[in-house]
Write a protein that binds this ligand. Structure first.
Ligand SMILES: CC(C)(COP(=O)(O)OP(=O)(O)OC[C@H]1O[C@@H](n2cnc3c(N)ncnc32)[C@H](O)[C@@H]1OP(=O)(O)O)[C@@H](O)C(=O)NCCC(=O)NCCS
Length: 185
């Protein structure tokens, strides 16, 4: 798991999304099937600041290799987007990003996280399962590009000690932090 194409999770750092990252984020977003975010949408989210948002990028050797975002609404955190550069997948990049988002939620006392995912998106479903997300409903024909259903997933008790331990084991730390993965908020 070495070389330019590999991304050892140990060398990924997670930092707040800023305007300067946008070009690289759009490049990664453009690799996805279906609906993509416009530059204006990303910019609007960045401009909203961190009060009710948490957007992060993962960098490897200074290059953005993934991004993820969450907005807070009421008592819940809604994960809006997660993506890893196609050349850097299965190296723990999205895991490091979700650990950062869930850690931010815990810091704010937010106990429940939710998201929508394409019913056929097995990689994402596998990722979310590791974070304790379980299906709670279906939005029929939610995706406009192909009419695919969305599964609505929820993770509960995010502020619990058990969940902290889960994050710890996902990030290789017994205390819920990520010693192998530098994280800035
Ligand atoms: C889903 C996605 C974000 C995962 O990113 P990633 O950086 O490769 O994920 P990780 O390396 O952290 O994987 C964590 C776990 O998720 C699951 N997973 C990830 N990719 C998988 C795949 N292709 N097949 C099956 N399980 C997969 C596995 O359980 C994996 O752990 P493992 O590698 O130890 O088996 C990435 O595939 C992607 O960007 N897809 C396109 C965008 C997308 O679908 N985003 C989600 C929208 S809801």
């Amino acid at each position: 798991m070495t070389g330019e194409a590999g991304t050892p999770a140990a060398t990924v750092d997670v930092v707040p999304l800023r305007r300067r990252h946008l070009r690289q984020v759009l490049r990664i977003d453009g690799q996805q099937e279906g609906d993509r975010w416009s530059p204006g949408l990303f910019l609007a989210e960045i401009r909203r600041g961190d009060d009710d948002r948490c957007y992060r990028v993962a960098r490897h050797r200074g290059r953005v290799v993934g991004f993820a975002g969450m907005l807070y609404a009421g008592d819940d955190g809604h994960i809006t987007t997660v993506a890893t550069d196609g050349a850097h997948r299965r190296r723990g990049v999205a895991t490091a990003l979700l650990v950062a988002l869930a850690t931010d939620a815990r810091r704010r006392g937010v106990d429940a996280l939710t998201l929508e995912v394409r019913a056929s998106n097995q990689p994402a479903l596998g990722l979310y399962r590791r974070f304790g997300f379980a299906p709670a409903g279906v939005r029929k024909g939610y995706y406009s590009d192909n009419g695919e259903d969305a599964l609505v997933l929820w993770a509960d008790a995010v502020t619990s000690d058990d969940y902290g331990r889960r994050l710890g084991s996902l990030s290789g730390s017994p205390a819920g932090s990520a010693p192998m993965t530098r994280s800035a908020s």
